[in-house]
Design a protein around this ligand. Structure first.
Ligand code: ADP
Ligand code: MG
Length: 578
């Protein structure tokens, strides 16, 4: 249960604000998260962690000398947006490049990846180190598919210490990837966690049972079993992690016995009493082990065991001093930094727009399209949610409503400031991605930005340019989501739409007729996804349940494209020439 909150929707932001207020000597809030209070005296690599809220002390709790330079803080269990990651990176960058490091979840990978591209375009080198320590989440043959859980902590610590020691970006990244390659975790859950304001836990287990390998957000694990004794549990965890000992690994181990949020420290120590001797009996030296809460999952009851097989350089950085709100180790004279982050490094609301009158006229129509989209999705929220609940997590309606409302609001603000059609849609896309949450929100937001970028701020789009902008929307989503036709995603409606629009325009149909015919094609294609099994996204593990129900993302996309046609295609006759 979470008992202390105001509006549940504000919980993550309020927690971050309170955290920053309580640790003013070490951290300061910035748009999208938090960074160290002071800039380093000499440029150093900025190590930026991140992910959803609800995992304290991950991720903001480990900002400080010897550890992270910043944390990007999303909503509860929700990836932060690319815009948030970009903003935190700008504030944390001191001139030696940045490295984003985070657990392997699709939303985080996409958003940090997009932020990296944006930083690179500005000449700031940005690398990504993705943690994949959870041995229950995929087989040893598919390590790159594994999720990141408490092993995050070791990887972040090694990188933070290496950056503090002045190593360059390539070396910090190399060390991070090495630490990840030598880190394995197995977790087990006893009971689910409950969102602020929610009446039911996010997931639950029968009384007296535990879910071995169950993910920290309720993702399916290995199996459920009767709750064993502490000794049996310790034996099981040690046996499973040691079974995955990397080839040629050393006999020196960093060990984390991690509580997930409502497992008492006393329980962890009882378990440690079994775990530590078993590891020592197996010939290992335990190097600065940690028993406590390092990566949590709200009030989930559960525990995980992480081992990192150390070599000399990993051990050096694992044991190096650190001074952060949630974690302190050793003491040396740190470079206390010189000054606060300069204002010009803080990302704030943009910008002045320059656009033509022609594009302004079309921008007004785009704004109407977004308004229509937002109303339509509001009216369809529960239908889409129910559809997503069959094999997904039931949040598709909510996410689309939040995303489209934020997009509409941002577009209206951009219009007020003089945006042309392209900038208006790009701003709408950023807001959509920022506020929607969920995979579909990231994809819609990035797609809309690409649509706007193709459209530009100069001319009223010709039918050919409009079709090309739809294609840019589709290409961006395909590039990020990597789904193909038949995977049962929104691509199954989007690609037929884009192709049909292009073909009809090429063969001389009016843009209005071409759009509405393409929308019909998309609607049929979306309905036909009922016969498919999902091969991408959250619905994949429950593929069989999904048979007979169309894909929610394809359904909402077809609806929206049908509804916005009149706005996008109502172009001044004079402009419709090629
Ligand atoms: P989440 O899956 O994160 O809960 P939503 O419920 O809002 O997000 O959206 C689910 C929809 O997202 C799916 O129905 C599917 O159409 C779409 N989707 C999921 N993964 C992908 C992907 N990799 N590429 C394209 N679309 C995807
Ligand atoms: Mg969903």
């Amino acid at each position: 249960m979470t008992r202390i909150f105001n509006d549940p929707a504000d919980f993550a932001d309020e927690a971050l604000a309170g955290f920053c207020d309580a640790h003013p000597d070490l951290v300061r809030p910035v748009e999208g998260g938090a960074v160290r209070r002071n800039r380093p005296a000499t440029p150093k690599v900025a190590v930026i962690t991140g992910g959803g809220s609800g995992h304290y002390p991950a991720f903001a709790g480990i900002i400080g000398p010897g550890f992270a330079d910043g944390a990007v803080v999303g909503n509860i269990f929700t990836s932060p947006s690319a815009q948030q990651a970009y903003s935190v990176a700008k504030a944390a960058n001191s001139g030696a490049g940045v490295v984003f490091t985070y657990g392997n979840y699709a939303g985080d990978v996409m958003n940090f990846g997009m932020a990296s591209e944006r930083l690179a375009a500005e000449g700031i080198r940005a690398e990504n180190v993705i943690v994949t320590d959870d041995i229950a989440s995929a087989s040893p043959g598919e390590i790159e598919k594994r999720r990141g859980i408490a092993g995050d902590f070791v990887v972040f610590k090694v990188m933070g210490a290496a950056a503090e020691a002045g190593l360059d970006l390539d070396s910090v990244v190399r060390l991070g990837r090495k630490a990840n390659g030598l880190t394995r975790t197995i977790g087990t859950a006893f009971s689910g966690c409950t969102f602020p304001g929610a009446e039911q836990p996010l997931f639950s287990l029968p009384e007296g049972q535990m879910g071995l390998g169950l993910g920290i957000h309720g993702e399916p694990g290995l199996f459920d079993t009767e709750l064993p004794s502490a000794v049996e549990l310790g034996q099981e965890l040690v046996r499973r992690v040691l079974a995955e000992t990397p080839a040629g690994a050393s006999q020196r181990l960093a060990v984390i016995l991690n509580g997930l949020g409502s497992t008492k420290h006393e329980e962890l120590f009882v378990l440690w009493r079994t775990v530590a001797p078993l590891l020592r009996d197996a010939g290992y030296t335990l190097v600065m082990p940690e028993v406590g809460e390092l990566v949590t999952s709200l009030d989930m009851a559960g525990v995980s065991l992480t081992l990192t097989w150390l070599d000399d350089e990993l051990e050096q950085y694992w044991t190096a001093p650190a001074l952060t709100p949630a974690y302190r180790r050793g003491s040396v004279g740190f470079d206390a930094g010189i000054s606060e982050v300069a204002d010009e490094d803080l990302v704030t609301e943009a910008a002045n727009y320059s656009s033509t009158d022609e594009s302004r006229a079309y921008a007004a129509q785009c704004l109407n399209a977004l308004d229509t989209t937002s109303s339509l999705l509001r009216a369809s929220e529960s239908m889409l949610g129910d559809m997503d609940a069959i094999a997904g997590d039931g949040d598709h309606g909510r996410g689309m409503v939040r995303g489209s409302a934020a997009a509409n609001e941002a577009a209206a603000a951009a219009f007020e400031r003089g945006a042309g059609a392209g900038s208006l849609l790009a701003a709408a896309g950023d807001a959509w991605a920022d506020k929607a949450g969920g995979t579909s929100g990231v994809l819609w937001g990035a797609g809309l930005r690409a649509f706007g970028e193709r459209l530009g701020d100069a001319e009223t789009p010709t039918p050919v340019v409009l079709a090309a902008s739809v294609r840019a929307f589709a290409d961006r989503i395909a590039g990020l989501g990597k789904a193909e036709i038949g995977d049962k995603t929104m691509m199954d409606a989007l690609l037929p739409f884009a192709a049909s629009l292009e073909e009809r325009i090429a063969s001389g149909a009016s843009v209005g007729d071409a759009w509405s015919a393409a929308a019909d094609d998309a609607r049929h294609a979306a309905a036909a996804t009922a016969d498919l099994r999902p091969l991408k996204g959250r619905a994949r593990p429950l593929a069989e349940k999904s048979l007979g129900t169309p894909d929610p993302g394809a359904t909402s996309l077809a609806m929206v494209f049908a509804a916005v046609g009149p706005h996008f295609t109502a172009v001044p006759v004079a402009a419709v020439t090629n």
